[in-house]
Design a protein around this ligand. Structure first.
Ligand code: FMN
Length: 155
């Protein structure tokens, strides 16, 4: 599959999911893809022309955050059916290590329900408190997730 260009779309309140998004984007680039980071604090719309979509959010009450939910509702329509995606997010380590509901899991379910094709299982990056930080290897884990998803895109 000659996928070349994708967007990593994210929301972050305290910066942990932003670091995760940057790691995921770096991994995708290392796998040879052109990637644009889209911060929903600055942009609500997605430009046309991307081949794949990676979306991430902090967990709120075991769910996806409002800005990311709105983004998916407005932007992930029929034009994305059959195209590849991956989902990631941050959550408190007490919850995501126990496999409780998280933003990443909900994003994954939503995108699949819209007919998109998963590149990987959803990725939960744990934080140790409400405002973080990520675990010491959190950015590296994000990068590996991006690289592995990117390698899958290459077929
Ligand atoms: C209103 C609110 C609700 C939250 N609910 C949850 C939750 O249900 N489960 C969880 O793991 N973390 C929860 N958190 C903590 C977030 O996971 C944490 O703030 C976030 O992952 C940090 O990412 P950010 O720095 O990108 O904002 C909540 C945080 C806020 C502010």
């Amino acid at each position: 599959m000659s996928v070349v260009r994708g967007a990593v779309v994210y929301y972050s309140r305290y910066g942990n999911n932003e670091k995760t998004a940057e790691g995921v984007a770096q991994g995708l680039r290392e796998a040879g893809h052109e990637v644009e980071l889209v911060n929903l604090k600055a942009n609500k719309e997605l430009a046309p022309g991307y081949d794949f979509l990676v979306v991430g959010s902090p967990t709120r009450g075991g769910r996806n955050s409002g800005p990311v939910r709105k983004f998916i509702k407005k932007n992930v329509g029929e034009q994305w059916r059959g195209k590849p995606f991956a989902a990631f997010g941050t959550c408190m380590h007490q919850t995501c290590e126990k496999g409780q509901p998280s933003a990443a899991g909900e994003i994954h379910t939503e995108m699949e329900a819209r007919g998109m094709e998963p590149l990987a299982d959803s990725f939960d990056n744990p934080v140790s408190g409400m405002k973080g930080p990520l675990a010491a290897d959190g950015e590296e884990r994000a990068r590996s997730f991006g690289r592995e998803a990117g390698e899958k895109l290459r077929g």
